[in-house]
Ligand binder design. Structure first.
Ligand SMILES: CCCCCCC/C=C/C(=O)SCCNC(=O)CCNC(=O)[C@H](O)C(C)(C)COP(=O)(O)OP(=O)(O)OC[C@H]1O[C@@H](n2cnc3c(N)ncnc32)[C@H](O)[C@@H]1OP(=O)(O)O
Ligand SMILES: NC(=O)C1=CN([C@@H]2O[C@H](COP(=O)(O)OP(=O)(O)OC[C@H]3O[C@@H](n4cnc5c(N)ncnc54)[C@H](OP(=O)(O)O)[C@@H]3O)[C@@H](O)[C@H]2O)C=CC1
Length: 279
């Protein structure tokens, strides 16, 4: 009866969450689910107008049932690369909601480039966004609240298990996030904190991917995915909500792959090994 009693509307009633990158794509889907489950949510990223639009759209979401309190959505500008902005994100969330039960480190990204062409600035931008940014959010959440009250953290990684050709800066950053997820699961367990990660395949058809990578990178991959289809942002957010929920109460330091078995079958993008270096 555990499943029946856990997955009901109002599951997260009165809880409080931060979703970085919550104004678009997967982050917006997570925010939408959390609101439906009754959780107050702070969304944060660099582009204030996008956050505001998302908050206006999502504020209408209410858990079903007359007895459920209406959850709140707030937004604020925060570049997760900047320690002082991350500090303010956590302190403002605590001012607004009085608590911080969940942190979803979804904000991140990269650009496509062969490794030989990276500038140091470009390499650093991706490492600082994905690895340092995720770490700073975890550290500030711990130091300002979760060390005393416990909490649950979910980090975003990617399909970098066999390397990530063309995205090697992000592969390195995400592998670092996967590893720090394990370290913190052990260090922070005594404080009542669980921390896990999710690894979507390179196949989640978010609007941002369609907009940013201007060719049909997603469709090209379908033959390489055993499930023979792309994934959806909702399929990622469902796994995150599971990890946040009491159904995952004894799961920590783990990474769930959401990729239709793609990572067992091929590399993460259609990278062909061709030509030969002259030496
Ligand atoms: C081809 C296969 C694609 C399959 C992918 C599918 C799986 C993955 C999906 C996703 O991750 S979905 C997320 C989609 N969105 C993004 O990936 C975000 C796009 N990237 C960015 O927003 C940013 O580049 C960043 C990674 C978040 C970094 O932003 P930041 O503001 O910190 O740095 P920038 O000022 O933008 O750039 C700094 C520096 O980086 C180099 N650089 C940036 N973009 C490129 C580029 N397109 N090509 C080459 N180099 C780039 C460059 O050195 C920049 O410095 P300046 O030249 O601007 O001085
Ligand atoms: N879609 C896919 O197939 C996959 C996605 N992922 C990862 O999942 C996450 C969500 O991706 P998706 O929804 O598809 O794409 P989006 O581009 O919509 O999401 C990325 C989010 O990160 C935010 N962000 C980027 N840099 C920063 C920063 N420095 N500080 C704060 N926020 C930042 C962006 O907001 P803003 O621009 O306003 O700062 C944006 O909302 C990302 O980490 C992505 O790399 C991983 C594997 C596959």
């Amino acid at each position: 009866m555990i499943v029946k009693s856990i997955f009901r509307s109002g599951l997260f009633a009165g809880k409080s969450a931060i979703v970085t990158g919550g104004g678009s794509g997967i982050g917006k889907a997570i925010t939408s689910e959390l609101l439906y489950l009754g959780c107050n949510v702070m969304i944060a990223s660099r582009k204030l107008d996008r956050l505001e639009n998302a908050a206006n759209e999502l504020k209408t979401i209410t858990p079903p049932g007359d007895d459920q309190p209406k959850p709140k959505i707030e937004f604020m500008e925060c570049n997760i690369k900047k320690e002082e902005q991350v500090h303010s994100l956590i302190s403002n969330t605590l001012d607004k909601f009085g608590k911080l039960d969940f942190l979803v480190n979804n904000g991140g990204g990269q650009f496509y480039s062969p490794a030989k062409d990276f500038s140091l600035k470009g390499w650093n931008a991706v490492i600082e966004t994905n690895l340092t940014g995720t770490f700073l959010c975890c550290q500030q959440a711990f130091n300002q609240y979760m060390s005393e009250h416990g909490g649950v953290i979910v980090n975003m990684v990617a399909n970098m298990w066999n390397g990530w050709p063309g995205m090697s800066h992000s592969g390195a950053a995400r592998a670092g996030v996967e590893n720090i997820t394990k370290s913190l699961a052990i260090e922070w367990a005594p404080a009542g904190i669980r921390i896990n990660a999710v690894a979507p395949g390179s196949t989640i058809a978010s609007q941002s991917v369609k907009d940013y990578y201007k060719f049909d990178i997603m469709g090209q991959q379908i033959p390489r995915v055993p499930a023979k289809r792309l994934g959806t942002v909702e399929e990622v957010s469902a796994a995150i909500c599971f990890l946040l929920s009491p159904a995952a109460a004894f799961i920590s330091g783990e990474t769930i792959k959401i990729d239709g078995a793609q990572s067992l079958y091929t590399t993460s993008i259609p990278w062909e090994v061709s030509g030969r270096y002259q030496n």
